[in-house]
Design a protein around this ligand. Structure first.
Ligand SMILES: Cc1cc2nc3c(=O)[nH]c(=O)nc-3n(C[C@H](O)[C@H](O)[C@H](O)COP(=O)(O)O)c2cc1C
Length: 364
């Protein structure tokens, strides 16, 4: 029997057939005309590889460490809410797959299983992502994540801003009159452990149902650092200016990201921002990238530009929709195989030793 799906694009195609139309749209949507969404993936096709031939490729090293934790190759699961849109076990399936494939997993505040339930499920390194909501909630979440053994706090700074979420949803969601299904509640905000008084069904615990009470400023990084001994990674930066600020305020890592183009349209595609961020950081913290990675060659290009690792978001929803935990594992394995082949063809023997000489491109 013919094998299908065999690559991430085919995973998307099949997931689209399986998922209800409004759920597919919710996951896939970018903002506005989806210019950034399309550019996030297309830009990889404008970067070409300049291989080194006749080098000894008998030993290829794909494993590396990310903030001190081992990974089988430099791919992480992007933190994202609502994996239960696609699979009843949601984030639990995702992290089981991450464990079996030995990669690090991001877990979002908006996950449909609690910080503690997810941590109890695995000993794979987990990174906990938060959006600023209120200082009280931020502190509660950071403390719970640290206590549960998470390795890193990811502070997403390109997410909701005060008052935005209800102002104008993404256009696909307006068209579909999209309402979050009940199994995608933000359970981390419910119950005695959260201490907020919210119950199942409250609007505040629905995805997007609680907005930040004020703005997050660079000085607040000092406050976040005072809450925890864990490393802090700032997610959602696109410029040299902000990268320098992140270093100045002591970030341990930066995720170059436009949030999968879900925040505002025509933001720079993340790959286009990567060179200036890497240059600005000048080795003072680790740099990661997400947005539009769909092929092993995409990972190779991001690493060559100076990313220590990449994250992916939507392809794991597709994996979950197609095959639950096994679908997520397959997505990871496909990318790993593709990266290995690309490395061998380009004469690259170590993921930690790739430089921009590999690349031919023409954007700035
Ligand atoms: C459905 C969905 C939900 C997301 N939720 C979050 C979230 O809660 N927190 C966050 O930092 N990023 C979130 N993201 C963004 C991802 O972490 C990541 O930046 C993005 O998906 C990467 O782009 P890609 O989907 O093209 O790989 C979400 C993305 C999607 C598609």
């Amino acid at each position: 029997m013919e094998r299908y799906p065999i690559n991430l694009n085919e995973y998307a195609e099949l997931a689209k057939k399986i998922l209800p139309h409004n759920i597919w749209d919710y996951i896939e949507a970018g903002r506005g005309d989806e210019i950034s969404l399309n550019r996030n993936t297309q830009i990889y096709n404008e970067v070409f590889l300049r291989p080194n031939k006749m080098t000894d490729i008998s030993n290829i090293k794909m494993s590396t460490t990310i903030l001190g934790d081992k990974t089988s190759f430099p791919l992480m699961i992007a933190p994202a809410g609502g994996h239960t849109f696609c699979d009843d076990d949601g984030e639990l399936s995702t992290i089981r797959a991450a464990k079996k494939e030995n990669i690090i997993a991001g877990v979002g505040t908006n996950s449909s299983y609690t910080i503690e339930d997810i941590a109890n499920e695995t000993d794979t390194p987990l990174w906990f992502q938060i959006y600023h909501l209120t200082k009280e909630i931020d502190e509660m979440l950071v403390k719970r994540a640290e206590k549960s053994g998470y390795k890193v706090i990811v502070l997403t700074v390109d997410g909701p801003v005060p008052g935005m979420d209800h102002l104008r949803p993404k256009e696909r969601d307006i068209r579909n009159a999209f309402v979050n299904p009940p199994n995608t509640e933000r359970v981390n905000l419910i119950g005695e452990i959260a201490g907020l008084g919210y119950k199942h069904g409250d609007t505040q615990v629905q995805l997007g149902g609680l907005n930040p009470d004020d703005q997050l400023l660079w000085e607040d990084i000092n406050w976040f650092k005072s809450l925890t001994d864990l490393p802090i990674v700032i997610k959602g930066l696109l410029s040299a200016h902000d990268a320098k600020k992140a270093v100045q305020y002591g970030a341990d890592g930066i995720v170059v990201s436009n949030h999968g183009a879900r925040g505002v349209d025509t933001l720079m595609p993340s790959l286009q921002s990567l060179p200036e961020v890497v240059k600005a950081v000048d080795g003072k913290c680790e740099v990661y990238l997400d947005g539009g990675i769909r092929r092993g060659t995409d990972i190779l290009k991001a690493l060559a530009f100076g990313a220590k690792a990449v994250m992916i978001g939507r392809p794991f929803y597709w994996g979950l929709a197609v095959g639950g935990e096994n679908g997520v594992r397959d997505v990871i394995q496909i990318l790993k195989e593709e990266l290995e082949v690309a490395m061998k063809y380009c004469g690259i023997t170590d993921v930690e030793n790739i430089n921009p000489d590999l690349l031919s491109y023409n954007f700035s």
